[in-house]
Design a binder for this molecule. Sequence first.
Ligand code: GUN
Length: 296
Amino acid sequence: MTAKLIDGKAIAKKVREQAAADVADMVAKGYARPGLVTVLVGADPASEVYVGMKQRMCKKLGMESFSHTLPADSTQEEVEALVQQLNEDPKVNGILVQLPLPGHLDDEAVLKAISPEKDIDGFHPLNMGRLAQKGREPLFVPCTPDGCIYLLDEVGVKMEGANAVVLGRSNIVGMPAALLLVKRNATVTICHSRTKNLADVCRQADILIAAVGRVEMVKKDWVKPGAAVIDVGTHRIDDDTKEKGYYLTGDVAFDEVSEVAGWISPSPGGVGPMTIAMLMRNTVRAAQIANGLVEV
Ligand code: GUN
């Protein structure tokens, strides 16, 4: 292996420790503990796991955690009414509506109903719009792409002037990652299912962010020697030879790509822990905004 490993676990731990220190500082000054509420509609098993992890991490860092689970057949009005009630609740600093929502619900309308000051996911159209505009800053940045940029910064990968390729254009990861890279003055190409000569395009990248949702799609010959590769994908592959009956892997063929890349953030163990750490950081920031402790 020639690539240096980007240790997302260790970097995420530092971010969480800073968030916990900021919480302790607020409490010492007499402010209420920051509070995060999760809203889960339905009982998707993966979403239940993610929401549980977010709630436990809040408590671990000294924050308040609230949760609401609504039935899968909830109406648009019911979900939006809950969001409205949470917007008005002073104990709630951050509102996280776990995505994806059941298909009959309009997720854009739900996200728009969240107060931009409590939008710790950064998915409100006001925050996303500001992310897309020159000279403007959102109140919050989506957690997974923010985590990718944080990892690159931590290991000293220069974004200014770099050729960056983002594989995937989802609202949650690909598109905001591309917008963040533009803000950092990278030259950005977004690839998707209709992109021609995908391997050739990826091979131009100094920075390659793989968020395409395809098992180990990025191969060794897709990667420029020395490039920084961030794997955002997570896939559970059934395997009877493993103790758990499965193993986890990402969008990048780790073993072969690490022979050519300069830096690599693996999956699992890379961006995953960063997402939750950035969420904790955003929740502390929401509480600081609510208390007038930071300028926005
Ligand atoms: N589903 C997958 N990732 C996310 C995320 O970052 N936030 C929310 N709310 N839902 C998600």
